[in-house]
Design a binder for this molecule. Structure first.
Ligand SMILES: Cc1cc2nc3c(=O)[nH]c(=O)nc-3n(C[C@H](O)[C@H](O)[C@H](O)COP(=O)(O)OP(=O)(O)OC[C@H]3O[C@@H](n4cnc5c(N)ncnc54)[C@H](O)[C@@H]3O)c2cc1C
Length: 368
């Protein structure tokens, strides 16, 4: 095991590590690894990506903040500080000998004590997504004197409903991404960190750097986490062999390409059980695709199938008749209570499926 020099409670430094060292680092109590070496500095040096992969396997955070020995810059220091704020601590930083990491930690003020002055707000909002920002703006519009903090680690905000339009070829994906700083209401305080715990008995939110923030009212809106692993074969299939999802910024353009290039055959659209980010998104993707195929005159040669795990086409009954008009217009085969359970994308088929409801339905689903 390499020699670790502990700088303080939050950070230790050491010389170059190998993927085989990562397990021992986790057992030492480190929760993240930070690499300060550019790849390829010397022969046989393990790439940062190799260490990152192993770190992920054992549940450690990872960041790569490469810096050139003897030429450390302000930008390096800023990147180091941001990475240290973002990563779960304690963090083990490494370079060739450990001294570059120690210098960068110093430049990033990582030697400062963990204790920070307590910050108190009338309202703390965890999550600066659409809900967090809209809620803060709405409250501040009604009362400018309320103190509000938004806890959000990401620099970028994604307008996710726009991904439907990216998949439909209407928006470029970049249009749906904005700097978070532009969207946080001016009177709100942005705390650029992730929340790691709630302590309701003390009205506190614990942040990733170990500090905490206090509130009178807490609003938690960290969004939904996608669980691609729930469907065997899905993660490795996404973005290839005709498998796509509008639920991801990088994949929505692939939806557009697939729809544009499709000339005929079977198109499967699926909707899993709740909770999902948007109950309408799978159907919107389907109707917009059908519209394009209809306009191109190829719809008749396409077997469009909708498989939803739900027992009804849409949860709000008033919308169902209008949606059924489109189902009829596009000749869509509706399969209620049908759930995608696995994908074999090389064979372009689900290897198996099971019905979740009593109705009969097609048993093949590959896209959402
Ligand atoms: C393809 C698609 C189409 C959609 N279409 C529509 C539509 O037409 N109409 C509609 O109303 N809705 C639609 N939606 C749903 C809508 O996008 C979501 O309901 C909305 O984004 C939810 O906002 P949110 O703020 O709760 O979550 P998000 O926008 O996901 O934001 C959550 C935020 O919390 C942050 N966060 C996570 N964990 C932490 C933590 N520990 N500490 C601090 N911050 C954290 C994240 O970084 C993120 O910025 C669609 C969604 C998709 C994917």
């Amino acid at each position: 095991m390499m020699e670790i020099k502990r700088l303080n409670d939050r950070i230790g430094v050491c010389p170059q590590i190998t993927p085989d060292d990562v397990g021992a680092i986790a057992r030492e109590g480190y929760r993240s690894i930070l690499c300060n070496r550019p790849d390829g500095e010397e022969p046989l040096q393990p790439d940062a990506a190799q260490i990152a992969k192993r770190a992920q396997e054992v549940g450690l955070g990872f960041a790569h903040v490469p810096a050139v020995s003897g030429a450390l810059t302000e930008d390096n220091a800023r990147a180091m500080r941001d990475a240290l704020a973002r990563l779960p601590s304690p963090v083990l930083a490494y370079c060739r000998s450990g001294s570059r990491s120690a210098k960068l930690a110093e430049m990033a003020h990582a030697y400062e004590p963990v204790e920070k002055p307590t910050r108190c707000f009338d309202i703390v909002i965890v999550g600066g997504g659409s809900a967090g920002i809209a809620t803060a703006a709405s409250i501040l519009k009604r009362n400018r004197d309320v103190s509000i903090a938004i806890v959000e680690p990401n620099d970028k905000h994604y307008y996710q409903p726009g991904w439907t339009m990216v998949g439909a070829g209407v928006f470029d994906k970049a249009f749906t991404q904005r700097p978070e700083a532009q969207l946080i209401p001016r009177r709100a305080t942005w705390i650029k960190a992730s929340a790691t715990a709630f302590v309701p008995e003390a009205n506190q939110v614990i942040l990733c750097d170990g500090s905490h923030v206090e509130y009178r009212v807490l609003i938690a809106c960290p969004g939904l986490k996608l669980d691609w692993d729930a469907i065997p074969g899905l993660k490795e299939s996404l973005g290839r062999n005709g498998v796509t999802s509008n639920y991801c910024y990088d994949l929505a353009p692939y939806t557009n390409r697939l729809v544009k290039d499709f000339q005929g055959g079977r198109a499967l659209f699926t909707q899993p059980v709740m909770p999902i980010k948007c109950a309408g998104a799978p159907q919107k993707a389907m109707y917009l695709s059908c519209y394009r195929w209809e306009r191109r005159g190829v719809l008749k040669g396409i077997d469009v199938q909708f498989h939803t795990a739900g027992a009804v086409l849409f949860g709000v009954a008033a919308y169902v008749p209008a949606l059924m008009d489109y189902v009829a217009r596009y000749g869509i085969h509706l399969n209620l209570g049908s759930k995608l359970v696995a994908i074999d994308s090389a064979a372009k088929s689900p290897p198996s499926s099971r019905r979740t409801g009593k109705r009969r339905g097609a048993r093949m689903c590959t896209t959402t």
